[in-house]
Ligand binder design. Structure first.
Ligand code: ADP
Ligand code: MG
Length: 675
């Protein structure tokens, strides 16, 4: 009975122990014998490993090891260590039934009988995979953060929630001098310029109150006394309750950027001033350039102007000489002609002087009210005489013309100059239109002309000549700009016209197309007031040619009509037969004809393409010994190359007297007829 009692009690104890063992459901409790066969496999082991106790009893416990551990005989090793030291504990990867690994934490102890003989082993272990993953992830994230921090070129720091203490995390920036200090409480005084402290306190107070990031640029005073600009940014770290636990921040040196910004600001501020200085300097330079161009041109043009004046002076002195001669001869019938000849040349010399003065803008304008149409009408005679018969002039004048307030001689000069330009653009002759019209410029049309709106008289001269390309148009108002050869163009016409028109409150417009002609329009502001009397009409009288008994025939080639007339007069009066040609081509035609010609007197500078030298050379080809007298307003050598002159060729420079001319002509004719 007692034996049966004992057995029952034992079963009860065993069942109770089993219950206790199985209740540790989160822990695997596994017992094995010395051979490694499983003798106990609790409910927790079933749960963690996936095998049931029925499956595992008597099986080798080694299946719970990973392939690597089996290979390394981990079981045998652990058993050995346990026997030697009573047990092992630790963490390692084990395998589940599914083959999946899990992180196990636990201990192995040795089972012994009463005598201390080893019976087997007990393992108690838990699944710590979750914890292991979390700590792995944390370590990884810490490593990443560390890498990130060390990659930063800024100073990184942490500040306590109340901003009192600062701890440098990493410092390569401007505040690097305190890298070694663990935590500083006087960081504000150390890192922030005294002048910026108040600003920083404000920013901190605001950021703390709003729990928002702080951003501020402040100066910092370095140990060596230099000042750098620092940009600081800090963000609050909040706990789960939303309270600030700490601040993290960066500081970067933005000195260069601030300096650049400062420079830019200064630059912008002074830009206008500098532009003004520069453009003033530019203006001075331009003015200098203009002046030097002018001087160069003046040099070039002295010859041309001397030529013009010499022509006029010759006409005056020859006229006076003839006058004297006639008075001596008591032939008073046509002395008026010589007077007028001298007078008109004198007035043209005056006009030339005015043109020069107008160019230099030093002339005083004496504006008087004038009706443009009347002025045009009064000028027509002079214009047509000046232009010659190959130019057909048409006029279109207003029926009820307005008056303008201008300097009359200037305006006449302007008109004449426009007509001469038109003629020069039509070497073969052609039509010329002169018009005067009343126009009211409003809004756009006034803006297009760059002139205030209002009433204007438009004086226009239109030709069907060569026209101008854009490059020429751009320059025509420049003083001395001319496309004509020296002696023919002074380049002063349009610049004078421009100066005059602008001084009179008007505007000049040029419309020109190469090959289609040119229109130049002068807009002169309307004058409202008392209407002036009609401009006096001026006329020039023809200078009649003289004929005389022939003691020789002289061909006179001279483009200047007054001079030609005078030469003819003097030589004819002296008894020679005189042939005339106004330009080279006609002279050569005469020289090639069988007309008797004993002497050629030619001007050197001729209009129309050929000069006097070329005419003489052509003449010598058909009449080899023909004596030639060149007339020139230039220095003799420059004009025909003195020294290179062939026999029987001589030079007479202007101005000269009638007697001188006669003497030279007689001398040359004597060479030809030594009898
Ligand atoms: P100049 O007549 O002495 O050359 P201007 O100032 O009167 O000087 O004219 C300057 C230049 O403008 C001329 O050389 C010529 O090239 C050009 N020009 C002026 N008027 C005309 C025109 N009606 N047709 C073609 N070109 C012209
Ligand atoms: Mg001209």
């Amino acid at each position: 009975t007692s034996h049966i009692e004992l057995q029952r009690t034992m079963r009860q104890v065993e069942a109770r122990n089993r219950q206790i063992i199985d209740s540790a459901s989160d822990y695997a409790i596994v017992a094995s014998d010395l051979q490694g066969r499983v003798t106990l496999w609790n409910a927790g082991a079933e749960h963690i490993f996936g095998w049931t106790e029925a499956e595992m009893l008597g099986q080798n416990v080694e299946v719970i090891y990973t392939a690597d551990d089996i290979q390394a005989q981990r079981l045998r090793h652990n058993q050995g260590v346990s026997i030697a030291s009573g047990g092992v504990s630790g963490e390692r990867w084990l395998a589940r039934r599914s083959g999946e690994r899990f992180w196990a934490s636990g201990a192995m102890t040795v089972l012994r009988d009463e005598d201390g003989a080893v019976l087997g082993f007990v393992k108690v272990l838990g699944d710590r995979t979750q914890e292991r993953r979390a700590s792995d992830a944390l370590a990884h994230s810490e490593r990443r953060l560390g890498a990130l921090v060390s990659a930063s070129s800024q100073s990184l720091y942490a500040v306590t929630a109340d901003w009192r203490e600062m701890r440098q995390i990493l410092s390569t920036g401007p505040v690097a001098q305190d890298e070694s200090l663990p935590a500083v409480t006087d960081w504000r005084e150390r890192y922030v310029h005294p002048d910026d402290l108040a600003l920083l306190e404000q920013a901190i107070a605001r950021a703390m109150a709003q729990r928002l990031p702080l951003e501020l640029e402040h100066r910092t005073l370095l140990a060596d006394g230099s000042v750098r600009w620092v940009q600081m940014r800090a963000v609050p770290l909040l706990d789960s309750a939303g309270e600030i636990t700490e601040w993290f921040g960066t500081a970067s040196d933005v000195t260069e950027r601030r300096q650049a910004e400062e420079q830019l600001r200064e630059l912008t501020l002074t830009l206008e001033e500098r532009v003004q200085t520069r453009s003033a300097a530019l203006q001075v330079a331009e003015e200098r350039l203009r002046q030097s161009q002018k001087m160069e041109a003046v040099g070039q043009l002295t010859g041309g102007l001397a030529h013009d004046f010499n022509n006029l002076l010759t006409a005056i002195s020859v006229g006076l000489e003839l006058l004297e001669l006639r008075i001596d001869q008591r032939r008073y019938d046509d002395i008026g002609r010589y007077l007028e000849m001298a007078q008109s040349s004198a007035s043209r010399a005056t006009a030339l002087t005015q043109r020069l003065l107008a160019f230099s803008r030093r002339q005083t304008l004496a504006p008087t009210p004038v009706v443009a149409d009347a002025m045009v009408r009064g000028m027509l005679d002079i214009i047509s005489r000046t232009l010659g018969p190959s130019i057909a002039i048409s006029t279109q004048l207003a029926s009820d013309p307005w008056a303008v307030l201008v300097d009359v001689p200037q305006m006449e000069n302007a008109l004449l100059n426009l007509c001469i330009n038109a003629r020069d653009a039509m070497p073969e002759g052609g039509p010329l239109w002169i018009s005067a019209a009343n126009v009211s410029l409003r809004g756009e049309s006034a803006a297009a002309l760059d002139t205030p709106p209002g009433d204007y008289v438009r004086l226009a001269v239109k030709d069907a000549g060569t026209g101008m390309d854009a490059a020429v148009i751009e320059k025509v108002f420049e003083p001395f700009f001319t496309t004509k050869p020296i002696g023919q163009g002074t380049g002063l016409g349009l610049s004078m016209i421009y100066g005059f028109t602008r001084q009179s409150g008007g505007q000049v417009r040029i419309d020109s197309q190469v090959g289609h002609g040119t229109t130049v329009e002068l807009y002169l502001p309307r004058f409202i007031g008392e209407t002036p009397a009609d401009a006096a009409e001026e006329t020039l009288q023809d200078l009649p040619a003289c004929s005389a008994p022939s003691v020789g025939t002289i061909l006179v080639v001279e483009d200047e009509e007054a001079i030609r007339a005078l030469l003819t007069e003097v030589l004819g009066g002296a008894g020679y037969r005189v042939l005339q040609a106004p330009e080279g081509g006609q002279a050569i035609d005469l020289l090639r004809s069988d007309e008797t010609i004993d002497l050629l007197i030619t001007d050197v500078g001729l209009t129309g393409g050929l000069n006097g030298r070329q005419v003489a050379d052509a003449g010598r080809q058909v009449r080899p010994a023909l004596p030639v007298l060149f007339i020139t307003g230039y220095a003799a050598s420059a004009a025909v190359g003195a020294g290179q002159l062939e026999d029987g060729m001589e030079v007479l420079t202007k101005p000269f007297t009638a007697a001188e001319l006669e003497r030279r002509a007689r001398a040359l004719l004597a060479i030809r007829n030594p009898s």
